[in-house]
Design a protein around this ligand. Structure first.
Ligand SMILES: [Fe+2]
Ligand SMILES: [Fe+2]
Length: 141
């Protein structure tokens, strides 16, 4: 499976969030490395858990910033995060129950959802935060 890499066009202008997005891509790539016919199901399961835990941490970072600065589209954005979390958990459980190696279905979902979410949903808050977070505070985020 083809790996994913973070590109400059994915930057939302907040260092911490860009770093978290990069790390999410790294976890997807780790999953690609660990899956496939020669994969080890314990490592795959560990990587899926890592993805869920790190995604949760990342979503909390975004949502806390949105809350703090009064981002108007916070509720619909939170729904997107919940959808991702639920779908990833469901796909992971069904793959692990079947004792099958991680299906390309999960990897394709993770790749597609993450890139589209960054480009379409996260990008929407870029200008808002740029205008509302004081420059000094943005550096420390
Ligand atoms: Fe994000
Ligand atoms: Fe988001």
């Amino acid at each position: 499976m083809e790996k994913v890499s973070w590109k400059e066009e994915y930057s939302v202008g907040i260092g911490k969030i860009d770093r978290q997005h990069r790390h999410l891509f790294e976890i997807i790539n780790k999953l690609i490395d660990r899956s496939g016919s020669s994969g080890d199901s314990a490592l795959v399961s560990e990587t899926l858990t890592e993805m869920l835990n790190y995604a949760k941490e990342h979503f909390t970072t975004e949502e806390e910033l949105m809350q703090e600065y009064g981002y108007p589209e916070i509720e619909s954005h939170k729904e997107q995060h919940i959808y991702f979390f639920k779908t990833t958990a469901e796909l992971s459980i069904s793959a692990l129950n079947k004792q099958s190696m991680v299906s390309s279905e999960i990897v394709e979902f993770l790749k597609l959802w993450l890139t589209l979410h960054i480009l379409k949903c996260d990008m929407k808050y870029k200008e808002f935060f740029k205008a509302n977070i004081p420059a000094k505070a943005a550096l420390s985020v």
